[in-house]
Design a protein around this ligand. Structure first.
Ligand SMILES: *[C@@H]1O[C@H](CO)[C@@H](O)[C@H](O)[C@H]1NC(C)=O
Ligand SMILES: *[C@@H]1O[C@H](CO)[C@@H](O)[C@H](O)[C@H]1NC(C)=O
Ligand SMILES: *[C@@H]1O[C@H](CO)[C@@H](O)[C@H](O)[C@H]1NC(C)=O
Length: 377
């Protein structure tokens, strides 16, 4: 009987192949001087994003800074050496860019055209397969409307360019606030779901940075899957997008490859929510540094099933982060919710590709919804 069931399930898999999962990694251009591009294991990803190109506040065209000229020219060919089928996208903006410049550009149709035409031209010049907008964040209701209009025109231009050049149309994606609706920082505003559905291949929902040591003297998990006490969780973010009517097939859930550190008040209180006297030093650790910290200090590592995240501590140093186990659980969650895939910020923070591998394997593992059949595989 079990064998018949297996044959049946294999047939179902062949007849109805599941959508190809998308596994995205952002590569930060600032790492070029110390982390060789050739050592990125691109076979663990379907798409790698070059971060970042800039928006000029004078011409409102997309530009490449002087320091990034060399790496952008090498990016696509180099990562395709380790995975010829990996696709690349050029990401524009980022957390350190000026959101007011994006607001100015998006509000004016002639500036939008300059932005769009220059972005497409740069993508083709450097052999990218797509473009990603990282405007953090639209601030007003008008910004949100203009964000949607920008993508309507951008998609039309991409289709048009593809018709003219004969190349596949460029992919379009955007990094967005973790929730569809902003509820911090004053004005409540929502991303335009219709424009996303019509124009974007996916959105990267930034489900991290929920708690930051400089803002609170209590230890916390900055990318928790669940938080019983607040809206600041990955699951709240994912569900807000689904409830707003966006298809899961347009959503990539975000995962960080870094953690935040606090200095504990006492070694007697070391859990999530423990009293801290301030940020750790440093307050941010890459996953690679966390692994080193754990082994060099014989730190205690704990996996927390309530939040689906990890923390470690030694002496008064406490770090909250995602480990292999929480990453696997989040990928399973993404599959259960029917999401397109996941993304990591950022790939050079990994430790010997451990998180990249854990996520990729979890995504590839075929699993019917529910646990009942998983023993067959
Ligand atoms: C890259 O990852 C793949 C898939 O896990 C693995 O087979 C390969 O050995 C890795 N390559 C390097 C250079 O680490
Ligand atoms: C444009 O950006 C540069 C560099 O950030 C800045 O020095 C300059 O003041 C900006 N100009 C305008 C008009 O905002
Ligand atoms: C955390 O505690 C320290 C030491 O008492 C204090 O200086 C700091 O302002 C506190 N930080 C926050 C965010 O409350």
């Amino acid at each position: 009987m079990e064998r018949e069931l297996q044959v049946l399930l294999i047939s179902i898999m062949l007849i109805c192949p599941t959508a190809i999962a998308v596994k995205v990694g952002y590569w930060p251009a600032y790492s070029y001087s110390y982390f060789p591009l050739s050592s990125v294991n691109a076979s663990l990803y379907t798409h790698l994003l070059y971060a970042f190109a800039d928006l000029s506040n004078e011409t409102f065209e997309v530009t490449i800074s002087a320091g990034n000229q060399e790496s952008i020219a090498l990016f696509t060919t180099t990562v395709q050496n380790s995975n010829p089928s990996v696709k690349t996208l050029l990401s524009i903006g980022g957390g350190n860019s000026n959101m007011n410049d994006f607001s100015t550009m998006a509000a004016d149709s002639s500036l939008r055209k300059k932005f769009i035409d220059s972005a497409i031209s740069l993508a083709r010049q450097y052999s990218f397969h797509g473009l990603d907008l990282d405007w953090e964040y639209p601030q007003t209701l008008a910004d949100m409307e203009n964000w949607g209009q920008l993508f309507t025109e951008w998609k039309a231009a991409v289709v048009d360019e593809s018709g003219t050049s004969g190349n596949d149309p460029l992919l379009l994606s955007a990094a967005v606030y973790f929730s569809n609706q902003f509820f911090q920082w004053g004005i409540v505003r929502q991303y335009p779901i219709d424009s996303i559905t019509a124009n974007l291949d996916w959105v990267n929902i930034m489900t991290y940075d929920f708690v930051i040591p400089t803002q609170i003297n209590k230890t916390g998990e900055h990318a928790a899957l669940y938080d019983p006490n607040s809206k600041f969780s990955t699951s709240y973010g994912v569900e807000s997008w689904l409830n707003a009517g966006l298809s899961g097939q347009k959503i990539l859930v975000g995962m960080p490859m870094y953690g935040y550190s606090w200095t504990l008040k006492s070694t007697a209180n070391v859990g999530i929510g423990a009293e801290a006297s301030g940020p750790g030093n440093p307050d941010v650790y890459t996953f690679a540094q966390i692994k080193d910290f754990i082994s060099n200090n014989a730190a205690t590592e704990v996996y927390d099933t309530t939040t689906v995240s990890a923390y470690c501590y030694a002496g008064l140093v406490w770090i909250g982060f995602d480990n292999e186990q929480s990453v696997r659980a989040k990928v399973e969650y993404a599959k259960q919710k029917g999401l397109l895939g996941y993304f990591f910020w950022n790939v050079v923070q990994d430790s010997n590709w451990a998180l990249s591998t854990a996520a990729s394997n979890a995504m590839d593992q075929y699993r019917l919804s529910g646990d009942s059949f998983s023993s067959l595989w």
